[in-house]
Ligand binder design. Sequence first.
Ligand code: MF3
Ligand code: CO
Length: 252
Amino acid sequence: MITIKSASELVKMQAAGRIVGETLKLLGENVRPGVTTAHLDKLAHEYILSCGAKPSFLGYAGYPGSVCISVNNQVIHGIPGKRVLKDGDIVSCDTGAILDGFHGDAARTFLCGEVKPEIQQLVRVTRECFFEGLKFCRVGYRISDISKAVQQHAERYGYGVVRDYVGHGIGREMHEDPEVPNYYSPRARQRLHAGMAIAVEPMINLGTYQVKVLSDGWTVETVDGLPSAHFENTILITEGDPVMTTYYEGDL
Ligand code: MF3
Ligand code: CO
């Protein structure tokens, strides 16, 4: 069931989203060679709590962190730990918070030191894919219009669009209906209405779209070992322009 949020609920979504955006900003400022992924997770965890919110990923289906940190060929759901970031890595950070009963969920791929131009392009285009999709986050369009826009932009560069994981509705639950695929699916026919909230989150691979889950039960990697990038915002559908609740200053 797709939930429609009232004006006061949308204000709460914005407050939760702002905390997630600020958390990503903090993570981006701290991605550098020599830092461990566990350190980044700790910074985010403490920041979210300091805002009076709760890290929504922690304990979700048993997930052990507050951030998913996925490096290079890891696509999503990387578990923070002893791994030390190196010059040339790309670091996808996905995090969420719940405040006053409502969720924000967002992700960015950050560059660590000097990243090869070919991989920088992947990160840039993944961000562009999100903004292509955002053009269709308006009353009257269908979810599949967002999907198509994302897919077309990625495939223009020969990139692989991950199919096994998708964006989603969001609100009182982190994952609500509808699914928001990044590839065209005839099932994604739902029309957008004011008061809907969705997380649009292209996951784009330099090579094949195919992914696999590691034996830790969480980490998703590309099958061909090539890098992957992720870009996600929580978006409110309004009668006018879409609102990105998880946007932060210095983003873009
Ligand atoms: N952030 C993911 C999403 O975008 C969900 C993370 S799974 C968790 O849907 F277990 F880490 F919470
Ligand atoms: Co999400």
